[in-house]
Each structure stands twice: as C-alpha cells, then as structure tokens.
Design a protein around this ligand. Structure first.
Ligand SMILES: C[S@@+](CC[C@H](N)C(=O)[O-])C[C@H]1O[C@@H](n2cnc3c(N)ncnc32)[C@H](O)[C@@H]1O
Length: 244
C-alpha cells in the first residue's frame, strides 16, 4: 500500500480533531486532512486543495516550535495526529517528535515517514539520489532504546515505510535532554550501514492489518476521558501487547 493511501485511511479511522504536519511540499499528505491543521515547511508550494481549516507556516520546524514560546499550536486541544516528513536527518526527526510530544496526550498518534529505506544510497545523510529517505531508519532504534514507554510499530508501506508511535507523554523531557547523546550514539557518516532486517522489512507490519487493529477505536473513544495510565493500558490491550 502507498503511504498516502495509508495516511488517508488513518485519518478516516482515527478522526483526529487536530493534525500537525512537518514537511508539506505540494500538499499531497496535507490534503488528506479534514480537521483543523497546521502544515510547516520552509519551502512549500501547495498545489492541492486543502479541505480542513489549515494554517500554513513557511518556516523550518525548529524555527516554528521556537516561535511558539508558551503558545500551544491548537490552543487547548492537543495534537491528535502528527506526520513527520520534513528534513530527513535523524536529529531533525527526533527534535520534531520531542517538540510535538509537548503538545500531545496519551491518545496522540505520531507517524514518521521514511523509516524503511530500500538501499544504502537512499539512506545517505547527504542526498545523492532522486528518492531520499536519509538516516530516519535509525529513529526507531533510538526511540526503543531511550523511550521504552512509547509503543512503536513499523508499517510496510511504499515507497519507504512508516513508523507509528503511540502512548506519547507530554511531561517527558528525555528526548530533548538526551538529543546530543543520541546524536553521538546513533548517527554515523555515509555510507550508511542499514541493518538487513530494515532492508528486508522483516519486522514491518502489513498496512491492512494495522488499519484493522482495534486501537483506533480505543484512541478515538478514550480521548480526553481516560487518564494517561488507563489510556496507555488500553492501547497495549488493543495491540495485544503485555500490560499491567
Ligand atoms: C518529502 S517532502 C514532504 C512531502 C509531503 N509530506 C507529502 O507526503 O506530500 C519534504 C518537505 O520537507 C521540507 N523541509 C525540509 N527541511 C525542513 C525543515 N527543517 N522543517 C520543515 N520542513 C522541512 C521540504 O521543503 C520538503 O517540502
């Protein structure tokens, strides 16, 4: 399944009230949103019709989040769904996630693009190919290691895979505090050594199966109702994962 079809179907099953996107380009993914949306990109040139009420921000994501100060992107509402598809470098994507998590709640879903590059060239930090995923494939490893409280699934979409992250915690400062250490531990110069299981997609889930999981209903129905602890337990149960 193509990532845009998957993303459109996530909008349908999750019915987010708010959507934040880093990396807009011509608006293909942003045009899938039907709710209040913010799209951030220093160089967007939107040619698609945007359906939801949308704020387009012509800035880098770092500049945008810094400019917020104490303001929240959607006021009292958290970010219900976020898509990280801006600068395809490990540290930029981790920073985007850490910034988004400040405005999240347990029911927020964040999706990263490009976690499954198809070869070493596509995974390079210095782009030299037409299609480029960069070293985002390192992000799942770093999240699993530093934030075992997050629930991370990779999905076998075309062309370069997606990662879903559930169970966000707006009070966590771990990623922001440890970004320098993560950079040193996880980033390597080109040529990238991409693990065989990433290229083979052996741990990635079938998109249809992910869309049929009961987790979407749990997230929709529990928004603003459950406490973070109850919400997290309900996500784990809906995914068939061990829980307390
Ligand atoms: C792959 S495209 C996004 C495609 C879009 N999400 C879609 O699926 O239709 C990546 C975009 O990220 C933008 N970008 C690059 N650096 C960025 C940054 N630091 N912050 C936000 N966006 C950035 C680029 O201008 C480019 O338009």
């Amino acid at each position: 399944m193509h990532y845009l079809e998957f993303l459109g179907r996530v909008h349908a099953v999750l019915s987010p009230r708010t959507y934040l996107e880093v990396g807009v380009r011509d608006g293909d993914s942003l045009s899938l949103s039907r709710c209040r949306s913010i799209g951030i990109d220093p160089a967007f040139a939107v040619t698609r019709e945007l359906v939801g009420p949308t704020q387009l921000v012509k800035k880098t994501s770092d500049a945008y989040f810094e400019s917020l100060g104490t303001t929240r992107p959607f006021g009292k509402r958290p970010v219900d769904l976020a898509f990280i598809d801006g600068m395809h470098l490990f540290e930029c994507a981790i920073r985007d996630f850490a910034n988004i998590e400040r405005f999240a709640e347990w029911s927020t879903v964040t999706i990263f693009d490009d976690v499954l590059p198809r070869d070493q060239d596509e995974a390079a930090r210095y782009r030299h190919t037409e299609a480029w995923a960069g070293d985002i494939f390192r992000v799942p490893f770093a999240l699993k290691e530093t934030r075992p409280d997050l629930i991370v699934l990779t999905v076998d979409t075309q062309p370069t895979g997606l990662m879903l992250v559930f169970g966000l915690d707006p009070n966590s400062t771990v990623l922001g505090d440890r970004i320098g250490e993560l950079f040193v531990r996880h980033v390597a110069a080109d040529p990238q050594v991409v693990p065989a299981e990433v290229i083979a997609r052996s741990e990635a889930l079938e998109p249809e199966a992910v869309l049929e999981l009961p987790v979407w209903e749990v997230l929709r129905a529990g928004r603003g109702v459950h406490s973070p602890a109850v919400g997290r337990g309900s996500i784990l149960r809906a995914l068939g994962l061990p829980h307390d």
